[in-house]
Design a protein around this ligand. Structure first.
Ligand code: GDP
Length: 310
C-alpha cells in the first residue's frame, strides 16, 4: 500500500479535531463499534515521563489505496527539539487556519520549523461558514507569515483549500462545491505530499519520537521507520544520541495506527509510523536499530526529510 505521512498544524480551536473526525468518517476508517467521541486527537491516554510532555498523537486513514498517517503537532511549546522530531516523521503538512481569526502568533514557531525542514504545506482555510469569515484576507495573512519566515518560492506557492470541517467539506473556492466532502483534501494530500523516501534494503532504523507508558504493554515508543523492517520478537538495540548502545532487547509488539485505533502488525515497514513495545530504556531522540547496524550506519544521522516532488 502507498503511504503518506502528514502533520496538521493549527492554532487551538481552529478545528483540527473536527477536521480529523471528518477525515476518519469519510475515509470509512470507522467501524460501527467505534464512536467519534473516542477520537484519537483528543484522547487523554498519553502519559508524561521524565518531564517530557507527550503532545503528539497520530491517526491514520486510507484513501484510494493509500494510507495517510496524520500526526498532531504541539500548538506552540517546544521541549528539546520535540517539534522537529515530530515533523521529522512527515513529508507534508496541512496548515489549518480559521477563516475569521487568521493565523495566530502561537503557530508561528511550528510553521517556521516546518518551512525550515523543507516541508511544502497545504493551506486549508477552515470555518468559511462563519458569518465573519474573511478567507481571502486570511490567505494573504498566511502568505505574509510564510514570507516573513523566509519560505522558499515553492513553499509560498502553496495549494489552498477552503471549507468547513464541521460541515465536512473542502473545496478550491470558499463557495464550494460542498457536495464533494473531503475528497478534494484527500486528493490534494496524495498529489502534493511526496511518498516517504525509504531505504527498504538497509537494516531497521527508527528515531524514537513519542514515548508513552501503556498499562498493558509497558513502555511504547513511536516513530517513523527510516529504513528496513522490524518484526515482533526481533532483537534490536537502542543507541543514544552519541551512538552509545543504551540497551539491547526484544520487540514484544508492533502497533500501527489504523483509524482511531492502534492495531498489532506482523511487520513494520520503512516509511510507516509505528509504535514499538518491549524495550525498557529507549526514549525520544534515541535510535532504535537492528543488531546488524554498523558503525558506518550509526554515524549517518537520521536527517529531516528532504522533500522533493516527483
Ligand atoms: P481544535 O482545538 O483545533 O481541535 O478545534 P475543534 O475541532 O475542537 O473545534 C473548535 C470549535 O470550533 C468547536 O466548537 C467546533 O464545533 C468549532 N468548529 C470546528 N469546525 C468548524 C467549522 O467548520 N465551522 C464552524 N463555524 N465551527 C467549527
Amino acid at each position: 500500500m502507498q503511504l503518506r505521512n502528514i502533520a496538521i498544524i493549527a492554532h487551538v480551536d481552529h478545528g483540527k479535531t473536527t477536521l480529523v473526525d471528518k477525515l476518519l468518517q469519510q475515509s470509512g476508517a470507522f467501524r460501527d463499534n467505534q464512536r467519534v467521541a473516542e477520537r484519537v486527537m483528543d484522547s487523554g491516554d498519553i502519559e508524561k515521563e521524565r518531564g517530557i510532555t507527550i503532545l503528539a498523537k497520530a491517526t491514520s486513514v486510507v484513501w484510494k489505496d493509500t494510507r495517510i498517517n496524520i500526526v498532531d503537532t504541539p500548538g506552540h511549546a517546544d521541549f528539546g527539539g520535540e517539534v522537529e522530531r515530530i515533523l521529522n516523521m512527515v513529508d507534508g503538512a496541512i496548515v489549518l487556519v480559521d477563516a475569521a481569526e487568521g493565523p495566530m502568533p502561537q503557530t508561528k514557531f511550528v510553521v517556521s520549523k516546518a518551512l525550515k525542514m523543507g516541508l511544502r504545506p497545504i493551506v486549508a482555510i477552515n470555518k468559511v461558514d462563519r458569518s465573519d469569515a474573511r478567507p481571502q484576507e486570511v490567505i494573504n495573512e498566511v502568505f505574509d507569515l510564510f514570507a516573513a519566515l523566509d519560505a522558499t518560492d515553492e513553499q509560498l506557492d502553496f495549494p489552498i483549500l477552503y471549507g468547513s470541517g464541521r460541515s465536512g467539506w473542502m473545496a478550491e473556492s470558499p463557495e464550494g462545491p460542498q457536495d464533494q466532502g473531503m475528497e478534494p483534501l484527500f486528493d490534494l494530500v496524495l498529489r502534493h505530499v511526496p511518498a516517504p523516501k525509504i531505504d527498504a534494503e538497509a537494516p531497521f532504523r527508527m528515531l524514537g519520537t513519542i514515548l508513552e507508558a501503556n498499562p498493558f504493554l509497558g513502555r511504547i515508543i513511536t516513530g517513523r521507520i527510516f529504513s528496513g523492517t522490524v518484526r515482533p520478537n526481533q532483537s534490536i538495540k537502542v543507541l543514544d544520541h552519541e551512538n552509545n548502545v543504551l540497551e539491547q532487547g526484544r520487540v514484544s509488539k508492533i502497533l500501527a495506527f489504523r483509524g482511531i485505533e492502534r492495531q498489532p502488525i506482523e511487520v513494520g515497514e520503512a516509511g510507516d509510523i509505528v509504535a514499538i513495545a518491549g524495550l525498557s530504556k529507549g526514549t525520544v531522540a534515541d535510535t532504535f536499530a537492528a543488531l546488524e547496524v554498523t558503525e558506518a550506519l550509526k554515524a549517518q544521522p537520521i536527517d529531516p526529510p528532504t522533500v522533493s516532488m516527483s
